[in-house]
Design a protein around this ligand. Structure first.
Ligand code: TMP
Length: 218
């Protein structure tokens, strides 16, 4: 059976971090749990540049998009592909759905879309399944603000956390556009499952784990 590649996507306050933490506990021995931007040594260096460098906040969207894909190409070559080739499933916390939602849709108002699909066409592989944690932007922003005010923010803060609820509304719109995308007849639909993340974390966890386990066993 071919090892599966799954991407977890979601906006601010969608519960994604808690669910990825759970995956690390449950699947530590069976799957590689990784993240974007980052996920490989060079990819992580690019992550710091794209998210932590004080100059990153005012960079044009094309710069951010290019850095995200630079990290992605390295991540695929040095982490994802070797694991899949060795028969280990890979689950990544974010992939190119985040580029479409944050950089193309929320940052660039739909500009750069051609560049996105062009870059995507050069990826050696794309996920077998995307799982999107869909949270209402108002609720997501409320949860994120509570988290950032509490001690469990853990230095996770990045400049996208600063943006207002309108920005996160556009992020959500971008995700939904990405998953609905079918550009040409021969262009395969993006395989995805959307999970309602407005519910309690316990409820979301159950559905999420069931989707992951099912994908890993088919
Ligand atoms: P995270 O800690 O939830 O993984 O956050 C990473 C941040 O990077 C998040 O604000 C979304 C942003 N991002 C992009 O803008 N484009 C991308 O392609 C990816 C993967 C993340």
């Amino acid at each position: 059976m071919k090892a599966k590649f799954i991407a977890i996507e979601g906006g601010e306050g969608s519960g994604k971090s808690s669910l990825v933490k759970l995956l690390k506990e449950v699947l530590a021995d069976t799957a590689v749990i990784t993240r974007e931007p980052g996920g490989s040594p060079y990819g992580e260096a690019i992550r710091d540049m794209a998210l932590k460098n004080p100059l990153a906040k005012d960079a044009p969207p094309a710069t951010t998009l290019s850095l995200m894909f630079a990290s992605r190409f390295d991540h695929i070559a040095n982490t994802v592909k070797p694991a899949l080739t060795a028969g280990k499933p890979v689950i990544t916390d974010r992939f190119d759905g985040s580029s479409f939602a944050y950089n193309i849709w929320a940052q660039a108002n739909g500009g750069l879309e051609k560049l996105f699909w062009n870059l995507r066409s050069h990826l050696d592989l794309v996920p077998d399944l995307y799982i999107y944690l869909d949270v209402d932007p108002k609720e997501g922003t409320r949860r994120a603000q509570a988290r950032n005010a509490a001690s469990d923010a853990n230095g996770k803060y990045d400049h996208f956390d600063d943006r207002h609820v309108e920005f996160h509304g556009r992020v959500r719109e971008g995700y939904l556009k990405f998953f609905a995308k079918r550009k040409w007849i021969f262009f395969p639909k993006i395989p995805h499952v959307i999970i309602d993340a407005n519910r309690s974390l316990e409820e979301v966890k159950q559905e999420f784990m069931a989707v992951v386990q099912k994908e890993l066993t088919v």
